[in-house]
Design a protein around this ligand. Structure first.
Ligand code: UN1
Length: 479
């Protein structure tokens, strides 16, 4: 098997080690071999990205825009093939995989436009004859560290704005899913026709490669999506040397269902938000906070809907939910289900390991009832197809429990009441609030991010991305 190499300083280079990419739907299926770099190679990539800054600064905004546009065009044209690869390595369904590839392509197209739209400001001075202007400039080398659950979309929404605004990039994808990242890198390198060193792919362990990104003085800004634990370590390392940092971490997102909700709609919002992509999203609704009057009907309808979901090989016809991503993640999901049972939760549906035609990490989507917000299952992120129901008497109790969490990424409410919807949008302590739509699955051109322990630093996506990927310079001129 050919080893897929890293791309450092304009060359494809072998690593110090090889990573086998295994299909979680079928552990006998080896997708490919991927190079793993060590810290020294990561440092070479950082040096190359640093040295490439002047050459990249010589490109016009239109040239950068064209490069991103070509990358987006190729990603979109290859949606089927890349979507299949993504589903094969991560375990989300083929439809979800293709959807994610389309999102990644559109992100490149969006930032192709944004590259031409970077505006500044002109202010009146307090001094006669002086002009004050505020402009935005690239930060420099951007370190990008991405998680396994969105193997192409999250890399896209970090790499595209970094390049659009004139930065150079060192990119480390998650060890579990190097395939989509490698395919994207190959497209960027070829279709983007960038000067050597502007874009570097450094596959390898976080403890070596990620560590160099976080500590190297030549990396001016680091953007990270992943666990709260690792995010804090990256954040501290950046803080220590005064680098800019953006962290997207965990969630324990509430979905409130009020008595006046449209029941079939609330069931779809809950099922898609909690279980699609196998629940492996930081935006997943893991706490279903349901009012007394609709509680029993809601639980019954969700249970019926879960029973109708086909859990299977991600590429199987009609598959609604693929496997969990890895043995370690499956162990974590099962351990949390045990904890929930010990805490007194009732398993209304699922939660058991499933056997399918191929050896994979199959778990039946789990719905827990009779839970309280104090239980560990409602305080810690599981990151799997597991949601728990908390029964409440009224809207005020629902809102207070929704906000009673250390996290604050997304939140949702299902209601027909304008009063409650509008109050929830105002008082929910989350970065993204959804009314009658799922907590997961966001638009690619709107700001993305949370509050409290979920996020740190500037928002991602849309025009707001410029906050992180550019620095502000204020210029005073006496003509
Ligand atoms: C989405 O729900 O559409 O890691 C995006 C995650 C998030 C992205 C979620 N950063 O799950």
């Amino acid at each position: 098997m050919r080893v897929n190499k890293n791309y450092i300083g304009g060359e494809w280079v072998t690593g110090v080690d090889v990573n086998l990419n295994i299909n979680p739907s079928d552990t006998d299926d080896v997708i490919g071999e991927y190079a793993r770099a060590d810290g020294a190679q990561a440092q070479c990539a950082v040096d190359a990205a640093f040295d490439a800054l002047p050459a990249w600064a010589g490109y016009t905004a239109e040239q950068r825009s064209d490069a991103l546009d070509r990358i987006g065009t190729e990603v979109l044209a290859r949606r089927e093939e890349l979507g299949r690869l993504l589903a094969r390595e991560e375990g989300k369904t083929l439809a979800e995989g293709i959807g994610e590839v389309v999102r990644a392509g559109r992100v490149f197209k969006f930032f192709a436009g944004e590259a031409l739209r970077l505006s500044g400001e002109r202010l009146p001075s307090i001094r006669p004859g002086v002009e004050v202007d505020v402009r935005r400039e690239p930060e420099g080398v951007i370190g990008i560290i991405t998680p396994w659950n969105f193997p192409i979309a999250i890399p896209a929404w970090k790499i595209a704005p970094a390049l659009a605004y004139g930065n150079t990039v060192v990119f480390k994808p998650a060890d579990l899913v190097p395939g989509s990242a490698w395919a994207l890198a190959e497209i960027i390198v070829r279709a983007g026709t960038l000067p050597a060193g502007v874009f570097n792919l450094v596959m390898g362990p976080g403890s070596k490669v990620g560590d160099v990104f976080a500590r190297s003085r030549k990396v001016r800004a680091v953007t990270f999506t992943g666990s709260t634990f690792t995010g804090r370590q990256v954040g501290l390392a950046c803080m220590e040397r005064g680098a800019k940092v953006q962290l997207e971490m965990g969630g324990k997102n509430p979905l409130v269902v009020l008595d006046d909700a449209d029941l079939p709609q609330a069931v779809e919002v809950a099922v898609s938000g909690s279980y699609f992509s196998t629940g492996q999203r930081c935006t997943a609704s893991s706490r279903l906070i349901v009012q007394d009057g609709i509680h029993d009907r809601f639980v019954e309808a969700v249970t019926r809907r879960l029973a109708s979901l086909k859990v299977d090989h991600a590429l199987a016809d009609g598959c609604d939910m693929g496997p969990v991503v890895s043995q370690a993640q499956l162990d974590q999901d099962l351990a949390y289900l045990d904890i929930a049972r010990q805490e007194g939760a009732h398993v209304a549906f699922g939660g058991e390991r499933l056997e399918r035609g191929t050896p994979g990490f199959y778990l039946a989507p789990a719905l827990l009832t009779d839970t309280t917000n104090a239980m560990r299952i409602n305080r810690e992120e599981v990151f799997g197809p597991v949601a728990s129901v908390i029964r409440v008497k009224d809207y005020e109790e629902a809102l207070s429990l929704a906000n009673d969490t250390e996290f604050g990424l997304s939140s949702g409410i299902c209601t027909k009441s304008l009063k409650h919807a509008s109050d929830f949008k105002q008082r929910s302590a989350a970065g993204m609030v959804m009314v009658n739509v799922a907590t997961a699955g966001v638009d690619y051109h709107a700001p993305f991010g949370g509050r409290k322990s979920s996020s740190y630093g500037a928002r991602e996506q849309g025009a707001y991305a410029r906050e992180f990927y550019t620095g502000v310079k204020t210029a005073y001129t006496l003509a």
